[in-house]
Design a protein around this ligand. Structure first.
Ligand code: S3P
Length: 166
């Protein structure tokens, strides 16, 4: 099976969906943030604080390209589509799935979350503006869009399995 890349905003459920999808398809699951942490020995927050966002984005692009092309589910960080090269890279893959969630849902899910370095200041306003800027970029990079609103994880995973190319 060709690798499945999950893209979408912070809080769109990529990590949870990747775990369940990997279990259903019986393939390995990767997470670009986790790979970065493994390779650098630093947390995402530490990288942002000590090395800056630019360094983080370089690591993220490197990790994306090192992921297996087959028999894998790959959850990516919400900002992976910020780079034009990454969008181009993803567009050439057959199974890039954008997990769409409404802004309202995203804000609700991120409300009490303090783990994301980009949302340290003015969380709601920053999240909203990032969301608006990124929405077209997710759509540009993905061949498959799944609307996650009012769906269970099982329904989302079923939807991906139906639409993925083997
Ligand atoms: C980011 C999303 C995070 C993580 C980093 C930056 C972003 O991943 O990569 O904090 O720019 O949207 P999640 O989408 O898994 O939260």
């Amino acid at each position: 099976m060709r690798a499945i890349y999950l893209i979408g905003f912070m809080g769109s459920g990529k990590t949870t969906v990747s775990q369940e999808l990997g279990r259903r398809l019986n393939v390995a699951v990767y997470d670009s943030d986790e790979e970065i942490v493994k390779r650098t020995g630093k947390s995402i927050n530490e990288i942002f604080a000590a090395d800056g966002e630019e360094k983080f984005r370089l690591l993220e692009s490197e990790v994306l390209r090192s992921m297996p092309s087959n028999d894998a589910v790959i959850a990516t960080g919400g900002g992976i589509i910020g780079s034009e090269e990454n969008r181009r890279y993803l567009k050439e893959k057959v199974n890039v799935v954008y997990l769409h969630a409404d802004l309202e849902n995203i804000l609700e899910r991120l409300k009490d979350d303090n783990s994301r370095p980009l949302l340290r200041k003015d969380k709601m306003k920053t999240a909203e503006s990032l969301y608006m800027n990124r929405l077209p970029l997710y759509r540009e990079a993905a061949g498959i869009e799944i609307d996650t609103s009012e769906k269970t994880i099982q329904q989302i995973v079923d939807g991906i399995i139906q639409r993925m190319k083997k």
